[in-house]
Design a protein around this ligand. Structure first.
Ligand code: G1P
Length: 299
């Protein structure tokens, strides 16, 4: 029987070294870099909780302590803000503490995304779960996990989030071969390649860092050999799942997302994400927009 159970747990891999942001990430996890005034990772946890996934497992590594502290209480700070009667800031400090039930497991050897997900097996057990990658920031106004859950409820198996991207950028992503379904925004995935060269890409769909996975993925990951970059790739395990029968937890569908998504994984797109989100804010948006317009006019 295909596993149609609902998804309750989210796994958030956060063990990467953040080398693209050095030296900022020498002593600070890249997940803690602020997007306007909130760490990037908080958006991701809020997204999971909004979708009903209030059991969050972080896969961390060495030097991720600030991340754990961020989702814990800071009694000293709370006391100071309380004394000052600064309730607005106090609420912003306690917001991340009260988000959900947060757990941590360390990855040990950084052997790749697939390996990080395998670390979640003990906590997740035999139920479907979500994986959210911190580098992909989905605009809170365009929630995607609920739509992906609806696809899973219909088809079972696993569901990945896809976006159409310019073909010349496809080598930055996992890329699926797809067949259409009776819905424009849902495709059946028949094959997947991690970061293919442009001329070998089977489609112009990119896998975005949101996955709903059948627990069968753990068994597959255990025997997945290192792939691109010498790392154990989640994409390679999904490729196997795509060809497995539904009774064994196989089958992979793609939900084609057309909402707003920002990439906080490299410097240029990180800056674009910060500016985009800041210009849309009620508090600092108007001032920033005015300044930007005159700044650009001077360039
Ligand atoms: C990872 C995945 C890739 C996916 C991407 C989405 O790559 O391996 O398949 O398309 O996330 O952001 P990374 O960007 O971590 O190298």
């Amino acid at each position: 029987m295909a596993n149609h159970a609902s998804v309750r747990k989210a796994v958030v891999p956060a063990a990467g070294l953040g080398t693209r942001f050095l030296p900022a990430t020498k002593a600070t996890p890249k997940e803690m870099l602020p997007v306007v005034d909130k760490p990037a990772i908080q958006y991701v946890v809020e997204e999971a909780v909004t979708a009903g996934l209030d059991d969050i497992l972080f896969i961390t590594g060495r030097s991720k302590r600030p991340l754990e502290d961020h989702f814990d209480r800071n009694l000293e700070l709370e006391e100071v803000l309380e004394e000052k009667g600064d309730h607005e800031r106090l609420a912003s400090v306690t917001a991340s503490t009260n988000l959900g039930r947060i757990h941590y497991v360390r990855q040990g050897d950084p052997l790749g995304l697939g390996h990080a997900v395998l670390m979640a097996e003990n906590h997740v057990g035999d139920e479907p779960f979500a994986v959210l990658l911190g580098d992909d920031l989905i605009d809170p106004r365009d929630p995607v996990l609920q739509d992906m859950m609806a696809v899973r409820a219909e088809h079972g198996g696993s569901v990945v989030c896809l976006m159409r991207v310019p073909r010349e950028t496809i080598s930055l992503y996992g890329c699926p071969a797809v067949e259409t379904t009776d819905r424009d925004d849902v495709v059946t995935i028949t094959d997947l390649i991690e970061k293919p060269p442009v001329d070998e890409a089977p489609s112009d769909y990119a896998v975005i860092g949101r996955y709903l996975l059948d627990p069968a993925v753990f068994e597959v990951l255990r025997s997945t050999k290192p792939g691109r970059g010498g790392e154990i790739q989640l994409t390679d395990a999904l490729r196997v799942l795509a060809t497995m029968p539904a009774e064994a937890g196989g089958g992979v569908h793609g939900f084609v997302f057309d909402g707003r998504r920002y990439d906080t994984g490299d410097r240029l797109s990180y800056l674009q994400a910060v500016i985009t989100l800041a210009t849309e804010r009620d508090d600092i948006g108007p001032g920033l927009r005015d300044w930007l317009a005159s700044f650009v006019a001077r360039m």
